[in-house]
Design a protein around this ligand. Structure first.
Ligand code: CP
Length: 312
C-alpha cells in the first residue's frame, strides 16, 4: 500500500508528477462545474485529532471534486473523547469500508503508526512537530509557479523564518525544497532553533542564521512560520514584542526584500507578531495562492494514491 507520510516517501520525479497533475487540477478549480469522475465510488475519511481550517477543508473539497465520498471526523465529538484508543478508532472507521485515510494528530509519528495497522493509503495531514508533507508540496508548487515554472527552484535561495523548533512545515519544506534543488536558510531566534540543528543542517545541506535583516536581501522568497504558542508549555520567550522586533516581517523589513520576492505563510497567521498586515496583504504575498494550490495538490495526492494503477 502506498502512503504519503513524509516527504521522504516521494522522489524529485514523484514531486514533478504530482505537480503536473496538480496543474491540471488547478485548471479544474477555475471551471464552473468542478467535478471529475476519477474517484467515483471511493470513500475517504478525514480523521482530525487536532484543529484545522485549511488542511481539513481542502482535503474535503479535493475529495469531493474528484467525486469521492468524504467523511470528516474530529476528535471532539468522536468516541476518542470517551477514551477509545487511536488503534481502535482507525480500525473501527476503516472496518466501515473506507478506501483512504487522511489524518492529523498532535503526536509526532502518529500517521506512521497508523499506516502500519492498515492496508489502505494513509496521508499525513500533520503529525505533531514532525511533518506536514502536503503543506510542503503546496508551498513548493506555489513557489515554483511564481519563480518561473518547472525546474525554477533549482539554485534559488529560500528563507524559512520563525518558530522552527515546533514546525512540521519547516521539517517537510527543508526536505522538499532540497529535492527540488533550492538552497534553504533557516532563520530563528536561538530559543526557537531546534536542538541539534547544526548537525542536521550540515547533513541536509541547509544554512542557519539568527540575523533576519542580513538574510532578507539575499533570498528569492521568504516563508514566514507561525509562532506556535500552544506547543510552548514552559512559557514564551522571546516576548511577543521582542519576537516582532527581531524576527517579524514588519513593514520596514519589506524594503529589504528583492523586488517582487514572494512572501509565503502556511497559516494560520498571527498578524502583528510574525507577519505585519502590510506583508500579509502585500502585492507579493502569495498566501492565498498557497490556499488555492492546497486544493490542487491534495486532489493530485488523492488521485495518485487512490485512482488505481491503470489511471494513476
Ligand atoms: N497550514 C495549515 O496546516 O493550516 P490548518 O492548521 O488550518 O490546516
Amino acid at each position: 500500500t502506498r502512503h504519503l507520510l513524509s516527504i521522504d516517501d516521494v522522489s524529485a520525479d514523484d514531486i514533478a508528477k504530482l505537480f503536473a497533475t496538480a496543474a491540471e487540477m488547478h485548471d479544474v478549480q477555475k471551471r464552473e462545474v468542478k467535478k471529475l469522475p476519477a474517484l467515483r465510488g471511493r470513500t475517504v475519511i478525514n480523521l482530525f485529532f487536532e484543529d484545522s481550517t485549511r488542511t481539513r477543508s481542502s482535503f474535503e473539497i479535493a475529495g469531493k471534486w474528484l467525486s469521492a465520498d468524504v467523511i470528516n471526523l474530529s476528535a471532539k465529538g468522536s468516541s476518542a473523547s470517551k477514551g477509545e484508543s487511536l488503534r481502535d478508532t482507525v480500525l473501527t472507521v476503516t472496518a466501515m469500508g473506507v478506501d483512504g485515510l487522511v489524518m492529523r494528530h498532535s503526536a509526532s509519528g502518529a500517521a506512521h503508526q497508523v499506516a502500519g495497522w492498515l492496508d489502505i493509503p494513509v496521508v499525513n495531514a500533520g503529525d505533531g512537530m514532525h511533518e506536514h508533507p502536503t503543506q510542503a508540496l503546496l508551498d513548493c508548487y506555489t513557489l515554483q509557479r511564481q519563480l518561473g515554472g518547472p525546474g525554477s527552484l533549482e539554485g534559488k535561495r529560500i528563507a524559512i523564518v520563525g518558530d522552527l523548533t515546533h514546525s512540521r512545515v519547516f521539517r517537510s519544506n527543508v526536505k522538499a525544497l532540497g529535492k527540488l534543488g533550492a538552497s534553504v536558510v533557516a532563520v530563528a531566534p536561538p530559543t526557537l532553533m531546534p536542538a541539534g540543528i547544526a548537525e542536521w543542517a550540515k547533513a541536509d545541506g541547509f544554512a542557519t542564521s539568527y540575523d533576519l535583516d542580513a538574510v532578507l536581501p539575499e533570498v528569492d522568497a521568504v516563508m514566514m512560520l507561525r509562532v506556535q504558542r500552544e506547543r510552548m508549555s514552559g512559557g514564551y520567550f522571546p516576548t511577543s514584542r521582542e519576537y516582532t522586533v527581531g524576527y517579524g516581517l514588519t513593514r520596514p523589513r519589506l524594503g529589504l526584500l528583492r523586488d517582487g520576492a514572494p512572501i509565503l505563510h502556511p497559516g494560520p497567521m498571527n498578524r502583528g507578531l510574525e507577519i505585519s498586515p502590510e506583508a500579509a496583504d502585500a502585492a507579493s504575498s502569495r498566501i492565498l495562492d498557497q490556499v488555492s494550490a492546497g486544493v490542487a495538490i491534495r486532489m493530485s495526492v488523492l488521485y495518485h494514491l487512490l485512482a488505481g494503477e491503470e489511471s494513476a
